[in-house]
Ligand binder design. Structure first.
Ligand code: NG6
Ligand code: CA
Length: 511
């Protein structure tokens, strides 16, 4: 009898520890506006990204990996919820301001909640841009903001609320502004100049980089931002220190949780504007500051990998590296990135980039290092960042609620083998002015109906995107024959166009 109990206990322990061992840690690193051609392993020659290249060498590289939208908020919304952002009818899911409410409902399944359901510790570090608070009152940055990332599944979070070019220019730890002096409260406005520092329009002489009108509000650390901020002086971040902050927080999360299975989301800020570099990356590329900040992003990836190694968990960790949307060169700050391109092609062979409906806007670097993968190398399977929820739900045997994560298809087979067949045949791609759809090798880009504000006014003569963002006629491209989407073949293939249009309408109706 005694012996049987001992056996039972031993067996129970053995099975628990086996289960835990099988739970790989997951680190998801998402760059901001990094293009399909922006890595040396993807053909860039103006700079080297050795740390990311090394992930590519050790992992599975998806040549047909997508973000679901060509701007940040909708793209990350669908990555975390497994649903296309345009399904969300209540919350705003376009590019959010720094004081907009959280756009992910707190009662739906999310990627971090899937990990939590499987017993993981979850953490978020870096770019957020999914809103904060419930919208019932103007956001107050002087107390604990709820809901915050911790209310959608993260145990801990250390984030910048929106973008570095939007106020407030502060870090939030678990919903509270870091280093806030209560006698110097923060106020934020996107409509009224409440700034206690000059604006970029008033004092362009104080700026490190000139900026267009939209980015010429409060000057913080020599950079004018979108929106106005007063107070919180001790809490304001120094742009040049952001990479160090990201590395410190990511490494400390890894180190504190090395004994448990963990999920860490890291939102890098590069190469989004405003671009600033720590002194050691100045001139690191042959294509100006945009290349330099990509090298800086690569350094952060290297440091995170180092932290995994030091913690002794590298071989037990799945690392995913991707980007929230495609590249943009000029995006509001006169940092000479256009002038300095030197032949570098941020979107590689693809057409367009950020904001647009063409593949350059959403086809992104997509690398998965999985210690359990049988075959590594290049995979041609279509995968989306929106597939992460279903993929990890399958991997961890977490059941998804039926009516949730409806646009997520498990890519587990593809994360295990570069040779596995693709599980997804179509994907809807959201630009600032409308959606397009890819089905197999075909892509249907409907004529632009509405005009969205996200793209800017087009008043800047360098903003060629403005003209390209308006699709004048329904178009069909064959991505296999014509990856750069240069030949509209709709008149030769009217039935194919019709079937893609129908499929798009069908997907829109689900749910
Ligand atoms: C746009 C900004 C752009 C950038 C973008 C968000 C203007 C004219 N442009 O509205 O500079 O901040 O929003 O980028 O204001 S994203 O990658 O976070 O979606
Ligand atoms: Ca982005």
């Amino acid at each position: 009898m005694k012996l049987r109990v001992v056996f039972f206990v031993l067996f129970a322990f053995a099975s628990i520890s086996f289960a835990v061992e099988n739970k790989k840690n997951v680190v998801l690193i998402i760059a901001d506006d990094l293009g399909y051609g922006d890595l040396s392993c993807a053909g860039a020659t103006a700079f080297k990204t050795p740390n990311i290249d090394s992930l590519a060498n050790r992992g599975i590289v998806f040549s047909q990996g997508y973000a679901t939208a060509s701007t940040c908020t909708p793209s990350r919304y669908s990555m975390f919820t497994g649903e296309y952002a345009w399904r969300q009818k209540k919350a705003k899911t376009g590019i959010l301001a720094g004081d907009d409410p959280l756009c992910i409902p707190t009662n739906v399944i999310t990627l971090p909640k899937i990990f939590k359901a499987a017993g993981y510790v979850t953490g978020a570090v870096g770019k957020w841009h999914l809103g904060l608070g419930d919208g019932s009152a103007p956001l107050n940055f002087n107390g604990e903001i709820r809901p915050n990332p911790n209310d959608i599944g993260f145990d801990t979070s250390f984030i910048i609320p929106a973008t570095v070019d939007r106020v407030p220019s502060v870090w939030l730890r678990d919903g509270k502004v870091v280093n806030l002096d209560p006698s110097d409260p923060i106020e934020v406005s996107y409509t009224k100049n409440i700034s206690d520092t000059p604006t970029g329009l008033e004092r362009p002489d104080l700026l490190k980089q000139g900026a267009d009108k939209q980015h010429s509000c409060s000057i913080i650390n020599g950079i004018s931002r979108i929106g106005y901020m007063r107070g919180g002086h001790a809490a304001r971040f120094v742009d040049e220190e952001i990479p160090e902050n990201v590395v410190r927080e990511a490494s400390s999360f890894i180190n504190s949780n090395k004994g448990k299975p963990f999920f860490l989301y890291v939102g890098l800020f590069e190469p989004h504007v405003p671009r600033t570099v720590d002194a050691r990356f100045k001139g690191a590329s042959k294509c100006g500051i945009r290349g330099d900040v990509i090298v800086q992003a690569d350094w952060q990836v290297g440091e995170i990998v180092k932290a995994l190694k030091v913690a002794g968990v590298l071989d037990n960790t799945i690392i995913i590296f991707s980007s929230d949307n495609g590249p943009v060169v000029f995006d509001g700050y006169y940092d000479n990135s256009e002038r300095d391109l030197n032949g570098h092609k941020p979107a590689g062979v693809l057409r367009g980039g950020k904001y647009l409906v063409y593949d350059g806007g959403m086809r992104v670097p997509f690398i998965v290092v999985n210690p359990d993968a049988k075959e590594k190398g290049l995979s041609g399977a279509i995968v989306g960042l929106n597939d992460l929820p279903a993929t990890f739900a399958e991997m961890l045997s977490v059941e998804l609620p039926k009516a949730e994560a409806v646009d997520s298809i498990s890519a587990l087979a593809n994360f295990r083998s570069a040779k596995a067949a693709g599980q997804r045949n179509d994907i809807v791609l959201q630009g600032s002015r409308g959606k397009s759809i890819r089905v197999g090798d075909w892509k249907f880009v409907p004529k632009t109906l509405g005009v969205a504000a996200d793209i800017g006014s087009g008043a800047n003569p360098r903003d060629k995107r403005f003209a390209e963002s308006i699709v004048k006629e329904d178009s069909l491209y064959n991505l296999k024959d014509d990856p750069a989407e240069t030949r509209n073949v709709i008149s030769e293939n009217p039935q194919i166009a019709e079937s893609l249009k129908k499929r798009l309408a069908e997907i829109e109706r689900i749910k």
